[in-house]
Design a protein around this ligand. Structure first.
Ligand SMILES: [Zn+2]
Length: 462
């Protein structure tokens, strides 16, 4: 969640625990090797999955506990699933990391995106923050735990997966849930593709735990009219009817609705803010939320998206000839639903707001519903204890993502899923998917130690 103003900070401490030197080096070597395997959609993830499989087998994992799996019709979209066996006191915990990366054109970058370049305290390369850093931390931690002969209470299952990024057509978690559910079934999941630490001007601000995301739903609006010669316009015009409806939609706002996550987030962020923003965030966290405070916060598009379901026109088309009256007009309405809201409810509200029975409203595809994974006090306390063992005193804040991730597949399948990355980065750093993607060297090393501790903490029975 974005915040509106400056916050008090925590100075980075030189005492932050790091992995032992051999593990630190191994994780860096793994990050390098993974970044240097191109896993954009054109290449796929199977080669990276095979490399991880090799590391695990050489570290003593037995072949029956390491599975390389790809859909029959997408052999390059490989996933690797590993099981670290425990005492079976409780169902497994599933860790998720995607292997694919967004396209990167070398001519757009100042360094080669498919080489790991260390420069001025940063590792540069495609996937350094999204999320080969997390993949390297996961596989290195498994190997470290194995070497230390750690025995978890629950099995630890880690799935390194294909096609998370937009444009992929063989999503790993969706395929594994569909075809190999028993392999990855779990009491809950921890995805390293979100959450994590936020810094501002080098100071630690707060640590996010992703508990939920909005549901992606698209509707098509359509109007029709008899048409005719462009020289003889009459009262029934498909374009005007649709445009008038869109005008009503433009000024409509869905009602303010807080989830247990966004309520806790506003309360916690409000405590870190100053001035009007602080008071408004605290007021909106009340039950019921303060309407005037919600209206002021809604002028910030990021906070608005936290407060309500949104729908917006993104595409429009209509008519068939310059000199003819239109017979048809269409608009695409892109909606992002709060957890708990439904496509049927939103469709009914759209029909009411458009207020014209001649505007047809149809759902493009059934949504992958993504319920909130509750930020229970017990779970949040566990994360806080763990995070504070690394970074004493940082506030821990549950968050709702406005975009979607692989969590929608596991949450939709009934596996509560939490985004917990151990990486700290600046709130204004926005290079994932863009040019010169990077992760801080210190931040990466810390995240490796955090991931090792996370695996231990989450594989305890209680
Ligand atoms: Zn990602």
């Amino acid at each position: 969640m974005a915040v509106a103003g400056p916050l008090a900070g925590w100075a980075a401490s030189p005492l932050t625990p790091l992995p032992p030197p051999e593990d630190r080096q191994l994780a860096r070597d793994m990050l390098r090797e993974l970044v240097e395997i191109n896993t954009t959609h054109a290449y796929g993830s199977t080669q990276a999955a095979k490399v991880i499989e090799g590391w695990l087998l050489r570290a003593g994992f037995v072949p029956g506990d390491v599975d390389l799996l790809a859909p029959a019709d997408h052999p390059t979209k490989g996933n690797v699933v590993v099981r670290y066996r425990g005492r079976h006191r409780g169902d497994p915990v599933l860790f998720l990391g995607h292997l694919d990366v967004v396209e990167a054109k070398p001519e757009d970058w100042s360094v080669d995106p498919f080489k790991l370049t260390e420069m001025d305290g940063w590792f540069y390369g495609r996937g350094t923050i999204d999320m080969k850093d997390g993949d390297a931390a996961l596989v290195e931690s498994l190997i470290r735990l194995k070497r230390e002969k750690y025995v978890p209470d629950r099995d630890i299952v880690v799935a390194f997966t294909a096609d998370e990024e937009a444009g992929g057509d063989a999503n790993g978690p969706a395929y594994l849930l569909q075809e190999h559910r028993a392999l990855i079934d779990a009491a809950f999941a921890v995805n390293l593709d979100g959450g994590g630490g936020n810094t501002r001007n080098g100071a630690r601000q707060f640590f996010e735990v992703g508990t939920s995301e909005k549901t992606y739903v698209t509707f098509t609006l359509q109007t029709t009219s008899p048409g005719g010669h462009g020289s003889l316009p009459g009262p029934d015009n498909a374009i005007y009817r649709l445009a008038a409806g869109l005008g009503r939609l433009e000024t409509f706002k869905f009602p303010v609705m807080l989830t247990s996550t966004t309520r806790a987030a506003f309360a916690a962020l409000g405590a870190l803010e100053t001035g009007t923003a602080a008071a408004d965030m605290q007021a909106v966290a009340q039950s019921p939320p303060d309407a005037a405070a919600a209206a002021r916060l809604s002028t910030n598009v990021r906070l608005n998206a936290q407060l309500r379901t949104t729908c917006v026109a993104t595409l429009i088309s209509g008519g068939h000839a310059e000199n003819a009256l239109p017979q048809r007009a269409r608009a695409t309405i892109q909606c992002r639903l709060l957890p708990g809201d439904s496509a049927a409810n939103v469709q009914a509200q759209l029909v009411a707001v458009l207020a014209d029975p001649a505007i047809g409203v149809t759902l493009d595809a059934p949504p992958i519903v993504s319920p909130e994974s509750p930020p229970t006090p017990q779970f949040m306390k566990k994360v806080a204890l763990l995070a504070h063992s690394m970074w004493p005193g940082v506030p821990i804040i549950p968050t709702m993502a406005t975009g979607f991730s692989d969590d929608r597949h596991t949450r939709n399948a009934g596996i509560p899923s939490y985004d917990i990355s151990g990486v700290w980065q600046d709130v204004d750093e926005n290079r994932a998917h863009g040019r010169d993607e990077r992760v801080g060297v210190q931040a990466f090393d810390e995240s490796v130690e955090f991931t090792y501790r996370l695996m231990k903490a989450m594989s305890g029975a209680k």
